[in-house]
Write a protein that binds this ligand. Structure first.
Ligand code: ARG
Length: 297
């Protein structure tokens, strides 16, 4: 997500240097800090993941005003990241950069600049529900109730507490969205030099789940808040989500059914070795119960 800066983590120069040293010193890292493909993904054929939402506002300067992803979890509820919902305000010129009446939620669309899918709005500001525990990227979950139900799209299922096996390190899972496709090294992340390319076509990438231990080790060394019981890490040096993918899903496909494991949340740069993408853990009891209640599932 680009426009709203409020949710971004501040990185100190010291932290950046520490990360560089760590990335370079890690076994097998060689001299390369990142591979030149951020997402390392591929275009999604139109209509493949209709449950994935694009959250948009005419105030945002990207194709169609896209600024975050989301997922349809029942006929009229979209799950997204709290740091995405947080930038939507109750008033046209309040402290939040976007006004809720200027926000559109689009599902069933693959090409941002098209009229594919169904467009919904937010009827009242109170239809945006942010996890009450949201702080510092912990509990990065929010539910938006749509002004009217969506037809003909099967919602994604939420992983249950008994599906922890879906998060076993090394397992390949999918992430998708319209996030930045330009590589973001540690230096780019710090100085904002990497560039921004929001693709017109939704991209998907298959990423390996990374152990909580590794993520905690690398992010922890920077004082970044990786919380194992609330987060899942996934990605490799050349395979990752990026800015603009937030709020979208980390998921599993089995025979036409989709199970959501994570909500795209944060990362240091994009595709940086040893700094996998971090996702809010959908089946963490305190996250899942919030979602179920907020959506009225
Ligand atoms: N916070 C980002 C957003 O707002 C998502 C970043 C994901 N980063 C990553 N390296 N996986 O879109």
């Amino acid at each position: 997500m680009r426009v709203p800066l409020s949710g971004r983590l501040a990185v100190s120069l010291a932290a950046l240097l520490a990360a560089l040293v760590l990335a370079l010193a890690a076994p097998g890292a060689g001299a390369e800090v990142y591979e030149p493909q951020v997402v390392g993904g591929e275009g999604v054929p139109s209509g493949k993941y209709p449950f994935i939402a694009s959250i948009q506002s005419s105030r945002v300067d990207t194709p169609s005003g896209h600024f975050c992803g989301g997922t349809l979890i029942d006929r009229d509820s979209v799950l997204t990241a709290a740091h995405c919902a947080e930038v939507i305000g109750a008033r046209p010129s309040g402290s939040a950069p976007l006004y809720y009446r200027d926000v559109r939620v689009v599902v069933g669309r693959t090409l941002l600049r098209s009229d594919q899918g169904q467009v919904r709005r937010i009827e009242s500001f109170s239809d945006i529900r942010i996890h009450p525990g949201y702080r510092n990227f912990a509990f990065d979950a929010a539910v938006i109730n749509l002004d009217r139900p969506v037809g003909g799209i099967r919602p994604v299922r939420l992983a249950t507490a008994r599906q922890d096996f879906l998060e076993r390190p090394g397992r390949m899972v999918t992430a998708a969205g319209w996030g930045n496709t330009v590589p973001q090294s540690l230096v780019d992340a710090f100085f904002g030099t990497g560039g921004l390319q929001i693709p017109n076509r939704m991209q998907e990438v298959s990423v390996p789940v990374v152990s909580d231990r590794l993520a905690q080790q690398t992010y922890g060394a920077l004082d970044w808040p990786y919380v194992p019981r609330l987060m899942v890490a996934a990605g490799r040096s050349d395979l990752d989500t990026c800015q603009g993918d937030s709020g979208g899903p980390l998921f599993e496909s089995t025979g036409g059914w989709y199970t959501q494991i994570g909500i795209t949340s944060f990362g240091l740069g994009c595709g940086v070795l040893n700094y996998p993408g971090v996702y809010a853990e959908v089946n963490a009891p305190k996250i899942r119960s919030f979602i179920v209640r907020a959506a009225g599932l």
